[in-house]
Structures are given as C-alpha cells and as structure tokens.
Ligand binder design. Sequence first.
Ligand code: ADP
Length: 308
Amino acid sequence: MKRILVIGSSNTDMIVNVPRIPKPGETILGGRFLLAAGGKGANQAVAAARSGGNVTFVSKVGKDSFGKQSLEGYRLDGINTEYILIDENESTGVALIYVSEDGENSIAVASGANMKITPEDIQNISELIEQNDFLLMQLEIPLETVKAAAKIANHLNKKIILNPAPAQYLDDELLKCISIITPNETEAEILTGKNIKSDNDISDAAEFLMAKGIDTVIITLGAKGIFLATKDIREFITSFKVDAVDTTAAGDVFNGALVTALAEDKSLIEAAIFGNAASALSVTKSGAQPSIPLRKDVEHFLRLSTKV
Ligand code: ADP
C-alpha cells in the first residue's frame, strides 16, 4: 500500500453546546462541554488512518497536556507520530467553539505551535517526503511552510493534495505544484476571484484552477456532494442522504478518506465516492475527530446504500 504524509495543524477543540451564541458581554448557562482533538491537519490524518491508510503526520504541538493527549490519540489511531515536533514556548493550538441549538457555530482559534512550523522544519524532513507517495496539506500552518513542502514534494514527483482551507488566495507558483485541489465553494470563490451561483460557475471555477496546472479539481458542495474535473472528466457526484447533526470536519473527512482510497489505487471516481460516504457518516455525529468513521463502517454504509 502506498504511503501518505499529512503535514498540518493539530488543535484541541473545546466545544460548548449553547441554546444560542452568547452576545458580547453575555453569559449563558447550561451548556454541555466536549473536549476533542481537532485541527484540519490532524482531522485529515485521522480520517486517512481510520480509512485504512498508512499515515505519517507532521505537526507541532506545545509542551503541555493538550499536546500530549493529542499525540496519544493519534497513536491509538495507528498514525506514525515520530515526526510531530514539540515547541518549547508556544501552547498547543486551541479552538474555542460554541455550537447553538440551531447548528450555528462561532469559533476562536489560538493557533499556538501550529504557526511555528517553519520551512526549515520541512527541509529537515525532505527524506521523509521522499519515502511517501502522497502529501496531503491544508492552510492552518504558515503559507511559506506549505510552499516549501509543495516545492520539495513536486521536485520528487509526489502526488500533492491540497485542501485550501481556511480560504485564502494562493499564488500560481504554489498552485502549479498541486496534483489535486479540493476547495469547498467559498474557497473556490476566493481562489478564482469569481462568485459561484450556478453549476456553470462551478465548472468554470474548476476550469480556471486546471488552467493553473492542477490535474484534478474536486469542489466539495456540502450536502450536494462534489464536482470532479480532470482533463477527461467533468462530473457532479451526489452526496449520500443522512440526517446531519454537525458538519464540522466534513471536508477533512472527505480529504482523508479520498487520499487513502487513492493510495489503494482506486480510480478517482471510486475514491471520491468513498470520500463522500465517509464524510456523510461523519456529519451524523458531533465533534471533529470523534465523528470520523472507521473503514468498516464506511464499507458497511456503502453496501447498504447500493442496495437501496
Ligand atoms: P467543508 O466542510 O470543507 O466546508 P463541505 O461542506 O463541502 O466541506 O463538505 C465536504 C463533503 O462532506 C461534501 O462534499 C459531502 O460529500 C459531505 N457532506 C457535507 N455535508 C453533508 C450533508 N449534510 N449530508 C451528506 N454529506 C455531506
């Protein structure tokens, strides 16, 4: 099986369920509390590992109990944590999340050690990049670090998957290194500078990104599914119908499951369907990493769905 390297953020999420999001100066009592590992990098690494992938995760945490707890969790998921760095001065990344009864959320992130992953840290692991087949990244660590990793991996002819989240504009120099890009609609709008209102706009956005030298563009469309575009394919693939409880990390689960399926040499379309199934299952549960399904559950779900 091909090997997957994930470089990205690791956070501890502190989630409080509240009747409604508190206003400035307001205190609301009665919330349920959930402490869970999160961060886009970690969520995607866990999703890839629970999907059955051979995963190494590169990240940076603080010298604190949150960091220690996160690493223990990743190890339990079978992830190689040997290359996760500990920052002596910064704290582990923390996200403070309110989730209201109607599903709205409000999030404040203290990036902490995540923003201390430097291009030099990446230079130091160039051999590790060489030993892996796929490199999966997001944008919750410094952009120059993402660029440094993309350049090395591109030079080594590795498949680079970029989930360009949180949304930001990216220059052509980075985009041309990417093999597969997986923006959601908002991220696709920021990357292309164009509003997306129709199916045509979605297809145009994919075209725009392919013209930058990216082979495969997958635009994720929430409950609608995905749009997949390559030189030969232009296809909407619908999502699976589920009762959504919490869509946090849906995109992360899609990316992690997708890369594992690709590492098993599944076709792009098969891999995208596997990603859709894994992410659909994840939105039926609360929290980021607690909601990430195991491969056997995704396979079971897929078997049930094809019978309908
Ligand atoms: P992000 O979480 O990055 O904003 P999306 O909202 O586009 O990304 O979700 C990513 C994928 O998760 C979708 O392409 C889809 O496969 C799945 N998904 C998201 N929301 C739902 C939902 N309500 N029902 C079923 N699948 C969903």
